[in-house]
Write a protein that binds this ligand. Structure first.
Ligand code: ADP
Ligand code: MG
Length: 618
């Protein structure tokens, strides 16, 4: 039948034992050749009970040859396809593969675990995920594969952690001495209980014979820097060297200046190494590091270049570690023989993700803010309210405070954005804010220029800093109390949270004004969330929910593994259970050497290529 040019309809009358209906194919004239009158046929498709006779618009069909049907008359698998491959072909191939598995002893999960969680055996699960009798069978099979994937991954992390723990480091720390004690005594504040707790954990790690591999997590402004300073001093007073790496020049310099100030009274010198340094200067600095004269070296990723040699590196700290590539972290770790490694992050990672990404690290969390902090009051406004935001800045400057205006910078059009930032700073300095000093900061400025601007801002001479996101991480000027973020919908939640963390660092009430007219629902949702909470962990969970793990800020570079069946968002409870089981398993058999665990070991190797090629820290 050819009702229209280009359209062929093939109609075959079928009888289902009760009544007659028609199976209908579009544009598949060859069908007729496959189907002879009188055969048994399964068809699947939409049923149309329109005019008169019932019709089935056939999506799939299968000639019944008396065997098990693959495509029709039952629950059938639907596979992702590529190119010319059809479901029928895929099913046939999978079926023949499945027919071959029965002579393979496939199970590798411990029987106790299968029993405990009521999971089907490997082979059974394989058969049932493809060809379930009932939907519940498929669900059970799926549960097994999700568990299996997460369990093996956690097991790989746990064995790695365990094997590192059995290593012995070459250096030892002395009992707490005068340097550390007077540093703490000289602090203008007392450590919070949260800081005390993480310091306990960190110093205990350092005192242990096994190298430390610890992640220090704490929300923006929780006070991680001082902890890194204490760890560095512990190394120094034990005759060892310490290194602190930060992701931006501005932050490295800030750490350096902070330490210079705090360490000078106790006679400890720190050095600063950045990419922008003059050659001669750099040579002298590196020579002193090599000879061990300089005990503390702060820097950007310049720290991990080949020409940097330490005499005795005992401790390597990475600040804002989520900003570094996985390799960069690793290299800093290898600068000395098995140093203690502390990585710090202000981007709160949802616990579920932290378990996955850092399952081989110990985690310390600073779970409280220094006393007297008030949550930053956050408003999302449309661009026409900008004048009001500027009014707020003026009011705060009049009271002796300082402010930031952040302009977005997206890589693709960096030049255009940069020009916009420069022009904005100029026009604000000449207009709106002509009665006080306005500064400009962006990533393309020379190191020296950046340093000058930051020092003027830190010193309070510059009242308003117009900046790109170079100030996003780590910058600490407690006198700044207002932040206006332009085109705020162009930033991710984690980034907005980091930016907002530049204010609210003192006792005074701070404000964050998000200026935007978001075009997408997701953009609106993000801004809404920002106005509702200042809790970084809550925001991170929300971010994960809004964007999904793949897009989650920083996780790609942090090496989030891809799972085939498991989904971190959906299956986070399983992840936790799987982790518990993995840890218990490794506690009993650290190298998975027991007879019953050998298959597990083999499976991990096959999947992850040895005991840990996925995350390399230290
Ligand atoms: P982050 O955890 O974001 O790196 P910082 O280490 O930069 O935070 O600390 C934020 C601010 O809080 C700094 O100005 C620091 O001096 C101050 N601070 C840190 N610890 C305390 C404390 N226990 N009491 C009061 N202020 C503190
Ligand atoms: Mg910090």
């Amino acid at each position: 039948m050819k009702p229209r040019p280009g359209l062929t309809i093939t109609k075959i009358a079928m009888h289902d034992g009760i009544s007659i209906f028609y199976a209908v194919w579009f544009n598949q004239p060859f069908i007729k050749k496959n189907i002879q009158p009188g055969i048994n046929l399964f068809v699947t498709g939409k049923v149309d009970k329109g005019f008169g006779a019932t019709q089935v618009m056939v999506e799939e069909y299968e000639v019944d040859d008396g065997g098990d049907s693959l495509s029709a008359g039952r629950l059938v698998p639907v596979y992702p396809l590529t190119g010319q491959l059809s479901q029928r072909q895929m099913r046939a191939m999978v079926k023949s593969a499945l027919d071959g598995i029965s002579d393979r002893a496939g199970e590798f999960l411990p029987a106790s675990i299968l029993e405990k969680f009521n999971l089907p055996q490997y082979e059974e699960a394989l058969l049932k995920i493809h060809y379930p009798q009932r939907k519940e069978d498929a669900d059970a099979a799926r549960r097994r594969f999700i568990f299996e994937e997460l369990f093996l991954f956690q097991l790989a992390l746990a064995t790695r952690k365990k094997s590192r723990f059995s290593r012995e480091k070459a250096h030892r720390y002395l009992p707490e001495g005068d340097l550390l004690r007077s540093f703490i005594d000289n602090l203008p504040y007392r450590l919070t209980a949260g800081q005390e707790k993480v310091w306990d954990e960190i110093s205990r790690d350092m005192d242990s014979t096994a190298p430390m591999h610890r992640l220090l997590q704490g929300d923006v402004g929780a006070g991680k820097t001082v902890i890194s300073g204490m760890a560095l001093l512990k190394a120094v007073e034990s005759g060892l060297q310490g290194a602190l790496m930060a992701p931006t020049e501005i932050l490295a310099e800030q750490h350096y200046l902070g330490m210079k100030k705090a360490f000078s009274s106790i006679g400890v010198e720190a050095g600063l190494l950045t990419g922008g340094m003059r050659k001669k200067e750099k040579e002298i600095l590196l020579e002193r590091v090599r000879l061990g004269e300089l005990k503390v070296l702060v820097g950007t990723h310049a720290l991990i270049q080949e020409d940097v040699d330490f005499q005795r590196l005992g401790l390597a700290i990475v600040d804002e570690q989520h900003r570094f590539g996985v390799r960069q972290r690793a290299v800093l770790g290898y600068k000395g023989y098995c140093p203690d490694v502390l990585v710090m992050t202000a981007t709160p990672i949802p616990r579920t993700l932290a378990l996955t990404l850092y399952g081989d690290l110990d985690i310390s969390v600073i779970d409280e803010m220094p006393p007297g902090r008030q949550p930053v009051i956050t408003h999302a406004v449309l661009p026409h309210a900008l004048a009001k935001a500027y009014g707020l800045i003026r009011e705060h400057v009049r009271r002796g405070c300082q402010a930031y205006i952040v302009c977005p910078l997206v890589e693709e059009s960096e030049k255009v954005d940069l020009r916009a930032a420069v022009e904005l700073a100029e026009s604000l300095a000449a207009g709106e804010f002509r009665d006080f000093r306005v500064g400009l900061l962006h990533g393309r400025m020379k190191s020296g220029e950046k340093e000058d601007v930051m020092s003027l801002f830190r010193g309070g001479e510059i009242k308003l800093l117009v900046s790109t996101t170079v100030i996003e991480v780590g910058v600490d000027v407690p006198n700044a109390t207002v932040m206006v973020i332009l085109d705020a919908d162009r930033f991710g939640l984690a980034q907005l949270h980091q930016l907002r963390g530049r204010v609210g660092r003192g006792r005074r009430q701070s404000y964050c004004i998000l200026v935007a007219s978001p075009k997408t629902e997701e953009g609106r949702a993000r801004l809404r969330v920002m106005t509702r909470t200042t809790d970084g962990f809550a925001l991170a969970e929300e971010d994960l929910r809004l964007r999904g793990p793949g897009e989650f800020y920083g996780t790609r570079q942090a090496g989030l593994p891809e799972f085939k069946v498991a989904d971190l968002l959906r299956d986070w409870k399983v992840l936790q259970v799987a982790r518990g089981e993995a840890v218990a398993c490794v506690a009993e058999d650290p190298r998975l050497e027991k007879e019953e665990n050998r298959v597990l070991q083999k499976e991990i190797r096959a999947r992850f290529g040895g005991a840990g090629s996925f995350i390399e820290i230290g």
